[in-house]
Design a protein around this ligand. Structure first.
Ligand code: CMP
Length: 149
């Protein structure tokens, strides 16, 4: 088991639909640690940088329009194998493929408005965390063997 960090972002629809508690509750119940959290409205250049691997895709403009359309909740989520654990909790990117029981499977009907972003690899997590957070904004807990989940 490797302790990892994932960059997690609740998309504007989560704030608009008042689903923040629902989504964070699932992340917490899994046993993952919220180690940083920030509510912000993304400036367009930051959104474009975050999603730069998709810039040639036909949905890129719509994706950036949507993610900049309202507030997002940016988080660093830590835990054993946190990157895979978060991806499993989120479910498939395509709304039609996300299984019931996952965040997207239960809460998303459209792929563009798929509730949550979570890093797809430890390397992506490192890049994305650095885009949104300064090192001092992250709280390290639990320390040592202070695990209870
Ligand atoms: P996310 O995990 O934030 O990473 C990239 C996002 O692009 C993805 O979630 C979706 O919101 C969006 N996306 C991926 N594929 C499509 C698609 N085919 N049509 C529209 N949006 C997409």
């Amino acid at each position: 088991m490797e302790r990892q960090f994932s960059y997690v972002m609740l998309k504007p629809g989560v704030l608009q639909r008042r689903l923040v508690g629902e989504v964070i509750g699932r992340i917490e119940r899994k046993g993952l640690c919220i180690q940083a959290m920030k509510l912000l409205q993304l400036p367009r250049p930051l959104a474009e940088e975050h999603y730069r691997e998709h810039r040639a895709k036909p949905f890129f403009k719509d994706l950036v329009d949507y993610i900049t359309s309202g507030p997002v909740l940016a988080m660093i989520v830590g835990g054993d194998e946190a990157v895979a654990a978060m991806r499993q909790l989120c479910g498939a990117t395509a709304a039609a493929e996300a299984q019931p029981g996952t965040i997207r499977g239960d809460l998303a009907l459209h792929t563009r408005m798929n509730v949550v972003h979570a890093s797809d690899s430890p390397a992506s997590a490192e890049r994305e965390i650095a885009l949104f957070f300064k090192p001092e904004e992250m709280v390290n807990w639990p320390d040592g063997d202070g695990r209870w989940i």
